[in-house]
Design a protein around this ligand. Structure first.
Ligand code: PMP
Length: 324
């Protein structure tokens, strides 16, 4: 018998999928951890679960309580599912630039959703900072604080990283992932480096994010922008502090779209934009390392969350982009 206990029991233990077309092109094994198969549909289910259970263990969240979070969508969706499964309320502050699909999913799940104007982190009305203040003013509420709450990367250190090590039988040369909070990249990098310090750990970054310049030069400088949702950052979060980073690779939107469309047409996988950045960077690392290497990245969420955007040529044209 193999029966998962409810929504929560079904989180994690996702398959590792060989991306055939990219593997054949590069002569490497390019493997994608199928996080879109988590029951809430993204890599963020794992962090959402660890954050909630950590707060429960610390006695911060009691029955009937509320989980408050500022999120680009996927963390909110994971939190909302888990709140329903555990009997909590969920309040989500989301920048109004995120896809309608994600906002509608949150509403369907019964979360209270407050879309707010997208302003930089230094502005006190930034969605993340706003969510912290709102949580503080409520009773029996926690602020999930995914960016700086280390329960986030702990989820990936204990589960995602360990699964990748087991699934590859330790035959892995490179780990590549884009960062939003950095929880996924950091937890997996910390786990894999402990197993084998020769595994090359590389941050993938879209334009409009400061990580690439920070890793290359030590200074955050931000140029350009990106249509990808849920990744890129203008600061170093607590989850990204003291984390092994060997290199960074920047991928632009048109290249990410080319990858997303190749995954769709040649590999049969309908993926979101951050997966395009991840696989694009995995391919770049494969070319750098040469044939015969194994590189693992994350298939973060499904393209069905972005139907009206990256799979809509009219919307792409408004951004000066074309289908890949
Ligand atoms: N891809 C998508 C679609 C996401 O929503 C997120 C999370 N914001 C990420 C990638 C990055 O994950 P993390 O927060 O663990 O860095």
């Amino acid at each position: 018998m193999d029966i998962k206990r409810g929504f929560i029991g079904a989180i994690g233990n996702t398959p590792l999928i060989r991306l055939n077309s990219f593997s054949e092109e590069t002569g490497c094994e390019i493997l994608g951890k199928a996080e879109f198969l988590n029951p809430g549909g993204s890599v963020k289910d794992r962090a959402a679960l660890y954050i909630i259970e950590d707060a429960e263990k610390k006695g911060l969240l009691r029955p009937g309580g509320t989980v408050v979070e500022g999120t680009a969508g996927n963390t909110g969706i994971g939190l909302a599912h888990i709140c329903n499964a555990k009997g909590y309320k969920c309040l989500i502050i989301i920048p109004n630039t995120q896809s309608q699909e994600k906002i509608e999913a949150l509403t369907t799940l019964g979360a209270e959703v407050r879309p707010v104007p997208a302003v930089p982190y230094k502005d006190p009305n930034n969605y993340v900072r706003l969510s912290g203040r709102i949580a503080e003013e409520m009773s029996n509420a926690i602020w999930a604080n995914q960016f700086d709450n280390l329960a986030n990367r702990c989820a990936h250190y204990e589960t995602t990283g360990e699964e990748i090590w087991q699934q590859t039988g330790g035959k892995i040369d490179g780990w590549v992932a884009a960062t939003g909070t950095g929880g996924t990249y950091a937890g997996v990098a910390m786990c894999l480096k402990e197993k084998n310090s020769n595994i090359k750990c590389v941050v993938a970054d879209p334009l409009g994010s400061g990580l690439y310049s920070y890793i290359k030069t030590g200074k955050i400088s931000i140029e350009g922008n990106s249509i990808t949702e849920g990744i890129g950052n203008s600061r170093i979060t607590a989850n990204m502090e003291d984390v092994p980073i060997d290199d960074a690779i920047q991928i632009n939107d048109q290249e990410a779209l080319r990858v997303v469309y190749q995954l769709l047409r040649k590999d049969g996988l309908l993926m979101g934009g951050s997966t395009g950045i991840n696989v694009g960077a995995a391919v770049a690392l494969a070319r750098e390392l040469g044939p015969g290497h194994t590189i693992v990245t994350i298939l973060c969420d499904s393209g069905s969350r972005y139907q009206s955007r990256i799979f809509n040529p009219e919307w792409l044209a408004t951004k000066g982009l074309v289908m890949g």
